[in-house]
Design a protein around this ligand. Structure first.
Ligand code: ZN
Length: 101
């Protein structure tokens, strides 16, 4: 599992705050339009709104913030598979490699 080489850098208060912000951003016209389009950022398939989540490109647990640029719409499955990985780590894990310790 990749969890072994992940260092969680964000503190609990930061995580709570940024997650709350993400919930607010979900209600904005920008994300509502994206949710209606229903295209997953990762697998590019179309989903009903109920199957979609907002995902942080750089996870909150890794210090990522809830900004428009750091949030994408994706399906639950992709969100789960991505977990706490940053975009670079995600690419590496898709290649089946892990960064050096
Ligand atoms: Zn997907």
């Amino acid at each position: 599992m990749p969890d072994e080489w992940i260092e969680v850098t964000a503190d609990e208060r930061f995580i709570k705050r940024e997650r709350a912000k993400a919930r607010e951003l979900r209600k904005t016209p920008y994300f509502q339009a994206l949710l209606r389009q229903g295209i997953c950022h990762y697998c590019h398939r179309k989903f009903p709104v109920s199957e979609l989540t907002l995902d942080h490109l750089v996870p909150v647990t890794r210090g990522g913030r809830s900004t428009r640029g750091n949030l994408v719409v994706c399906c639950r499955k992709c969100n789960q598979e991505k977990g706490m990985l940053t975009p670079a780590e995600q690419l590496l894990s898709q290649l089946g490699e892990t960064p050096e310790k």
